[in-house]
Design a binder for this molecule. Sequence first.
Ligand SMILES: NC(=O)c1ccc[n+]([C@@H]2O[C@H](COP(=O)([O-])OP(=O)(O)OC[C@H]3O[C@@H](n4cnc5c(N)ncnc54)[C@H](OP(=O)(O)O)[C@@H]3O)[C@@H](O)[C@H]2O)c1
Length: 302
Amino acid sequence: MFEGLRIVRFPNAGTACPIIGIGAWAPDRGEERTTRARQWLTSALKVGYRHIDTAYAYGTEKAVGEAIIESGVDREDVFVVSKLPRHHHGRVLESAQETLDNLGFKWLDMYLMHWPFATPETDPDGTPKPVPTIGETWAQMEQCLRQSKCEAIGVSNFSIKTLEELLKTARVKPALNQVEMHPYLAQNDLLAFCKEHDIAVVAYTPSGTDIVRNDPVIVELATKYNATPTQVILAWHLTRNVVVIPKSTNEERQKENYIDNLPTLEDEDVKKIDALDRGQRICNKPDENGLVWGMSATDLGW
Ligand SMILES: NC(=O)c1ccc[n+]([C@@H]2O[C@H](COP(=O)([O-])OP(=O)(O)OC[C@H]3O[C@@H](n4cnc5c(N)ncnc54)[C@H](OP(=O)(O)O)[C@@H]3O)[C@@H](O)[C@H]2O)c1
């Protein structure tokens, strides 16, 4: 499987994924999550991507399943990740099945707890439901694994603090942790902690968007390597053996971001990029009250 592709192994799961995947987030407007998503995901599969990152919350699961069929690539040859939304922590098995039904799959290659906290829910009569702890939700994720709904389980948006909480009761360690990571948010301590626990790291918002792309150091290195700023940034992640899931709806940019076209950076240039770290979140950042989707950044360990 994934013959000829550079892969990252998951010691805690015994499986592996291609080091570069395509992100499948899409805005909730018009046909962005349906027809449009199907088109650009099909294009990514034709370019060569064999790893797709979606989530229940993205609304693109159906488009992912359809794109794989449309591309003619075998389901077995694509590593597909989806995620448990934070308002489904009280019904993990049902939510996982809903995700499989959306995709039209019998199994997922990787199922992630999207966030380390649950959104409080109420019964139909308005009575608040008990809010599951991280450990309780993870136990249900382990149940998904036992029921063969997925081949591996992992987490997303976890810090050292929330990973330590999860590891207190986990019977299966997470295979990976998907977090925001780019040159302005290198997360070196988290990367080292994950390595110590055999947890692979996946970078979301890996390009750092135009904010990082326009950094003078990145622009200068792009000129040196006759590459684009995004290619330099993605190449930097690969030197750290971090999995990247850049999203592009454009076939030319999908090719540009693909592993075959990335430069190999010299050590001194990797160090120049390392030095850009400033702990700056770009995608999911705390609001003026220090909250991220209603959860305190302190409790998140961010
Ligand atoms: N776990 C989580 O909580 C979480 C949160 C955020 C994201 N994610 C995942 O990570 C994936 C990627 O993250 P992201 O979309 O935030 O960030 P990203 O992939 O770093 O950036 C995407 C943006 O960059 C543009 N772009 C892509 N390649 C480019 C290139 N070569 N040159 C110039 N512009 C380029 C895209 O526009 P075009 O489409 O026009 O090319 C798009 O606007 C998502 O799709 C999702 O699967 C997960």
